[in-house]
Design a protein around this ligand. Structure first.
Ligand code: NAD
Length: 499
C-alpha cells in the first residue's frame, strides 16, 4: 500500500520560472476520489495570470537563453528532465493517484514510461533539417528552414494528466517552442509537481509555465489569447469544438485529441480467452476512463454466448478498492460529476431496452469506502442506435452487440461519430489486414488493446480529433516551414511577370 499525502497541500502556479499565487489570491479545492475528501488547494487563476504566463512564454521564445540555445543543448535539457522524472516516479505516481484515483500499479508504470517521450523527442531536437531545393529557376539558391511555431497552449484532461502533458511538451520543446500548460481543474497537482523538476533540470524561465483554473475562464482566456500561436488540446468533444471555433478567428494552429466510442470486433475464429482479456483491459482498466475505452463489443453471433459467459466470469473477479493498493484492479471514478454522468448513462441504457447482465449501478462494496465507485457493468442486446452505443460514457460500462458477417461488423464499427481506436480479434491474416483497412479509426490493435508508444502516432478520425501526437511526425505540428530564396544572378528578371 502506498501512502497518501496527509493534510491539505496548498499549491502555487508556475509562471516565468517562479512559484506565484494567482492574481485573485483565491484557491479551489481538489478531492481524493477514493476518500472523497479535500487533499489540495489549487490557485484559481484568471485572465491576468494567463496574460502573465503567455507573455513570459513569448519573451522566452523571442530572445534570451532558450531562443539562442543550440538544439543539441535543448535535447540535453530534455534528457535531464527525463532522468529527474525517473528518479521521482513514485512521488509523481502517488500524486496522480491521490488526484485522479487511477491505480498506483498503472500510474507507476505510466510515469515510469513518460521519460521515453523526452528521450525520443530530445534526440530529435537537433535533427530537424531544412533542405536545399534543386530549384527550377536560374541563378537562384532556395532552401527551407523550420522554425518553432511559437507559444503553445497545452490544455489537458483529468484522466492521464502527466502522460498527456508529455505528449505535447516533448515535441514542443524539441521544436524550440515555449508553453503555457493548463491542466484539468480536477487534477492540477501532478503538473505543478512536474514543474519542480523542470526548475531543477535548469530550463530557462518562461519556457514552461502552468496556470490553473477552470475551462470556461482560464482555458478560454488561454486558448483565445492573441499571443498564443498553437493550441494542443486533449479533452471532450464539446470543449474541442468550442476551442476549434475560437481558434479559427486568429487561425491558431491546432491539434485536438478528443473522445471515442471504440469497437472491439470479435470474429468467429478469435481466441475467445484472449479476446475476453483484451475487452476487460479496454473497458474496466482505468475504470473505463480512457479516450480509447473499447466500450462497444461487436461479437459474431456464433460465439456470443461463449464470449459473454467467460467475460462475466472474469469481470466478476475484478478487485475493487483503494487505488493506492497494488492489489486493486478497479478504482474509483475521478470526479463526482463524472460518477453521476455514468450512473445517468446506465439508467438511460435500461430505459432504451438494453439488458443489464452485470453490475448496473454504484458500488456498495465495503472495500470501496466512500469513494465514487461504479460496478463494472455490461449491457447485452444493445442496438447500435441506442444512446449507450453512440455516446461516450467514460466509465466501466460495456455494450455488447451481435453481428452475422464481416461487412456488418465493419459497418457497425464505423457507425459512430468517433474514430479513435478499434480492437480486432481474429486468427485469420486476411481479416487482420482487411479490418485494418476498413475500420475508420486512428489506432487499430489486432489481438491486443490499449497499447501506446512514443514511437507510434496517436489520434483520431472524425469527431475523435484533428492531428496526431507521438511518433517522429508529431514534431511537425510544432514547426513552421519557411522557403528562403536567394537570387545570385546579375540582373533582375522582368518585374511584371511571376518568375
Ligand atoms: P474537458 O473537455 O471537460 O476538459 C479538458 C480540459 O479542457 C480541461 O483542462 C478543461 O479545463 C479545459 N476546458 C474545458 N472547456 C474549455 C474551453 N471552453 N476552453 C478552453 N479549455 C477548456 O474534458 P475532461 O472531462 O477533462 O476529459 C475527458 C474527455 O477527454 C473525454 O471526452 C475523453 O475521451 C477525452 N480524452 C481524449 C484523449 C485522446 O487522446 N483522444 C485522451 C484523454 C481524454
Amino acid at each position: 500500500m502506498f501512502e497518501r499525502k496527509s493534510g491539505v497541500t496548498t499549491f502555487k502556479c508556475f509562471i516565468d520560472g517562479a512559484w506565484v499565487s494567482s492574481e485573485t489570491g483565491s484557491y479551489f479545492e481538489t478531492e481524493d476520489p477514493f476518500l472523497g475528501t479535500v487533499w489540495a488547494k489549487i490557485p484559481k487563476c484568471d485572465e491576468r495570470d494567463v496574460d502573465k504566463a503567455v507573455m513570459a512564454a513569448r519573451c522566452a521564445l523571442e530572445g534570451g537563453e532558450w531562443a539562442d540555445m543550440h538544439p543539441s543543448m535543448r535535447g540535453q535539457l530534455m534528457r535531464r528532465l527525463a532522468d529527474l522524472i525517473t528518479r521521482d516516479v513514485d512521488h509523481l505516481a502517488v500524486t496522480e493517484v491521490q488526484d485522479n484515483g487511477k491505480l498506483i500499479a498503472e500510474m507507476r508504470a505510466q510515469v515510469g514510461y513518460i521519460p521515453q517521450w523526452l528521450h525520443y523527442f530530445g534526440g530529435l531536437a537537433d535533427k530537424v533539417e531544412g533542405a536545399v531545393l534543386p530549384i527550377d529557376k536560374p541563378d537562384m539558391f532556395t532552401y527551407t528552414r523550420h522554425e518553432p511555431v511559437g507559444v503553445v497552449a497545452a490544455v489537458t484532461p483529468w484522466n492521464s494528466p502527466l502522460l498527456l502533458t508529455m505528449w505535447k511538451l516533448a515535441p514542443a520543446l524539441a521544436a524550440g517552442c515555449t508553453l503555457v500548460l493548463k491542466p484539468s481543474e480536477f487534477t492540477s497537482a501532478s503538473t505543478l509537481e512536474l514543474m519542480k523538476l523542470v526548475k531543477e533540470a535548469g530550463f530557462p524561465k518562461g519556457v514552461i509555465n502552468v496556470v490553473t483554473g477552470f475551462g470556461q475562464d482560464v482555458g478560454y482566456a488561454l486558448t483565445t489569447h492573441p499571443e498564443v500561436d498553437k493550441i494542443a488540446f486533449t479533452g471532450g468533444e464539446g470543449s474541442g469544438r468550442l476551442i476549434a471555433k475560437s481558434a479559427a478567428d486568429s487561425f491558431k494552429r491546432l491539434t485536438l485529441e478528443l473522445g471515442g466510442k471504440s469497437a472491439q470486433l470479435i470474429f468467429p475464429d478469435a481466441n475467445v480467452d484472449n479476446a475476453v482479456k483484451g475487452v476487460v483491459s479496454g473497458i474496466f482498466a482505468a475504470t473505463g476512463q480512457t479516450c480509447i475505452a473499447g466500450s462497444r463489443v461487436l461479437v459474431h453471433k456464433s460465439i456470443h454466448d461463449e464470449f459473454l459467459e467467460k467475460f462475466i466470469a472474469l469481470a466478476k473477479t475484478a478487485r475493487m478498492g483503494d487505488p493506492m493498493s497494488l492489489e486493486t484492479q478497479v478504482g474509483p471514478v475521478t470526479t463526482r460529476p463524472q460518477f453521476e454522468k455514468i450512473l445517468g448513462c446506465i439508467e438511460s441504457a435500461r430505459k432504451e431496452g438494453a439488458e443489464c447482465v452485470l453490475g448496473g449501478g454504484a458500488s456498495t462494496r465495503v472495500e470501496c469506502g466512500s469513494g465514487w465507485f461504479v460496478e463494472p457493468t455490461v449491457f447485452d442486446k444493445v442496438n447500435n442506435d441506442m444512446t449507450i452505443a453512440q455516446q461516450e460514457v467514460f466509465g466501466p460500462v460495456l455494450s455488447v452487440i451481435e453481428f452475422t458477417d464481416d461487412e456488418e461488423a465493419y459497418h457497425l464499427a464505423n457507425d459512430t461519430n468517433y474514430g479513435l481506436a478499434a480492437g480486432v480479434w481474429t486468427r485469420d491474416t486476411k481479416r487482420m489486414f482487411t479490418a485494418a483497412k476498413k475500420v475508420r479509426a486512428g489506432n487499430i490493435w489486432t489481438n491486443s488493446y490499449r497499447t501506446v508508444s512514443y514511437m507510434a502516432p496517436f489520434g483520431g478520425f472524425k469527431s475523435s480529433g484533428v492531428g496526431r501526437e507521438s511518433g517522429q511526425d508529431a514534431i511537425w505540428d510544432y514547426l513552421e516551414t519557411k522557403s528562403v530564396w536567394i537570387d545570385y544572378g546579375e540582373e533582375q528578371a522582368n518585374p511584371f511577370i511571376l518568375r
